[in-house]
Design a protein around this ligand. Structure first.
Ligand code: TSB
Ligand code: ZN
Length: 453
């Protein structure tokens, strides 16, 4: 991909790849913002799989970092798990029977069909995972578990693949490769209510950080045909979810969706509405009595009995990072708040003689991560995306362009600023200029990030 200065003067940055017809001609506002801000692209060689560009990846990484911190708070342990599993595993989990059409098959090259001579061909056929649940069940089953370990909570940001019909693919909201902020909770019956309530609270608090508070809750019940387990267990699970929903959201504040549950259990789905009034399922909480059975999950109870089965809760707060990214694009219309903005500040040196000072300033207010003299950057700290616009354009033009490209802050540096040791900083939304030292600017950025502003 070529990022090129397109004009002689008065230039703006544009994505030039001719293969990006879809992106350039799209009327979809998400695509339009993405094109302007260089956030993501696609290619017919992998329909439904997104290429996140450097600035889009910055947003994605912020979302991941945000969620990893919340998960630690809520007692999750992150795991990293395989992408492909033998068909046998998917048969065991029930995905093969109920979800096969939505799965990509992967064939190993261990042996060709002819060479098998009656060997079990399934040994060499794999499915690309559409969900993380089986992996987490397998980790649970690898160890003897005791009642006092419960709830065991695993989180996972793996790539997932679902063979969504090409007609169903849509921007970032329905893709074939995506990443959930996934978590699976193994707990006993007494712990279920609290875990679901905790998840609903985390969902509410998380969406609140983004200023999203119009949330709809749905209870999806047993599908007509494709489901595993017996009807009575399903009914019990559905009643449990109804009770928790009433307690957590208030009676009458949720809607039932008959037959829309996952094949392994009923679920609470959390929906957000976009600017075009289209609803999107983001967060989800799913109660599952079936996978623990299929994977023979056990724990030793307080009375020493060994034959106790945990309950599994599947949950995601963003849903998938891709879909949530789309919601945020729609919600902010490209005006990212500072903490998640892929372009947090730009420094504009008045003329060439100010560039060295601009770079020094960049070093301080980016948190010593760019142009640092240290050979190795520290592991943690507050770091910000700060650019220096060295182009030989007028200050007025570069300021306007910076606002257009979505920078949160614009800092001008000239002779007077260098002499005073303060720099003129203004926000993209307000013409008011403040004169601040480099440390004051950095502290302001730290405060903004800490308060998710
Ligand atoms: C929560 N096994 C559970 C998990 O533990 C699960 O996969 N549930 S799910 O199928 O309902 O998916 C969870 C979330 O992933 C959905 O609410 C949705 O936000 C997101 N998602 C699902 N399919 C796609 C897709 N094709 N493209 C983008 N996001 C998707
Ligand atoms: Zn799951």
């Amino acid at each position: 991909m070529i990022l090129r200065n397109t004009g002689l003067r008065r230039c703006t940055y544009r994505l030039l790849s001719t293969k990006n017809k879809e992106l350039e001609s799209s009327t979809n506002t998400n695509h339009a913002i993405s094109t302007k801000q260089l956030l993501y692209t696609t290619d017919p060689s992998s329909p439904g799989s997104i290429f996140f560009l450097p600035h889009g990846t910055r947003v994605l990484n912020k979302l991941i970092q945000f969620m990893k911190n919340q998960q630690i708070k809520y007692g999750f342990q992150e795991v990293v798990t395989p992408l492909i599993f033998k068909t046998k595993l998917w048969q065991k989990s029930g995905h093969w029977e109920n979800y096969k059409d939505d799965m990509f098959k992967v064939v190993g090259n261990d042996l060709s069909k002819e060479e098998h001579h009656g060997e079990n061909i399934e040994e060499h056929e794999y499915g690309l995972k559409p969900m993380n649940c089986p992996s987490h069940c397998m980790i649970y089953a690898k160890f003897d578990r005791s009642y006092n370990e419960l709830p065991v909570r695993y989180s996972d940001f793996s790539s997932l693949h679902r063979n969504e019909a090409s007609g169903a693919l849509s921007g970032l909201t329905r893709v074939r490769r995506f990443h959930q902020d996934d978590g699976h909770i193994f707990c006993n019956m007494e712990q279920v209510d609290q875990e679901i309530k905790n998840t609903i609270n985390l969902i509410k608090d998380t969406y609140d950080v983004f200023g999203i508070n119009k949330i709809e809750y749905y209870l999806s019940t047993r599908p007509e045909e494709k489901f595993i387990g017996d009807v009575e267990t399903w009914d019990n699970a559905e009643n449990k979810l109804k009770k928790v929903l009433n307690e957590a959201t208030g009676e009458g504040n949720w809607t039932i969706r008959e037959g829309d549950g996952a094949f392994y259990g009923p679920k609470i789905d959390v929906l957000l509405t976009d600017a075009f009034q289209k609803k999107h399922q983001v967060g989800t909480i799913q109660l599952d009595f079936q996978l623990p059975k299929r994977f023979d999950l056990k724990y030793v109870a307080e009375d020493g009995t060994r034959d106790n089965q945990p309950i599994l809760i599947h949950r995601a707060v963003f849903g998938s990072l891709e879909r949530f990214f789309a919601i945020l694009l729609d919600h902010y219309q490209g005006k990212w708040p500072f903490w998640i903005n892929p372009r947090q500040a730009v420094i504009i040196p008045v003329n060439e003689s100010h560039i060295t000072h601009a770079i020094d300033l960049q070093k301080v207010i980016s948190g010593d991560i760019v142009n640092t003299e240290k050979s190795i950057s520290p592991l943690t700290g507050f770091n910000f995306h700060v650019d220096v616009d060295k182009r030989p354009e007028t200050v007025g033009y570069r300021t306007k362009d910076a606002i257009q490209r979505g920078y949160s802050y614009i800092i001008i540096i000239g002779d007077k600023d260098i002499a005073n040791g303060t720099f003129a900083i203004r926000s993209r939304d307000d013409r008011k200029v403040f004169n601040k030292t480099s440390n004051e600017i950095y502290e302001q950025f730290v405060e903004l990030e800490k308060s998710y502003k």
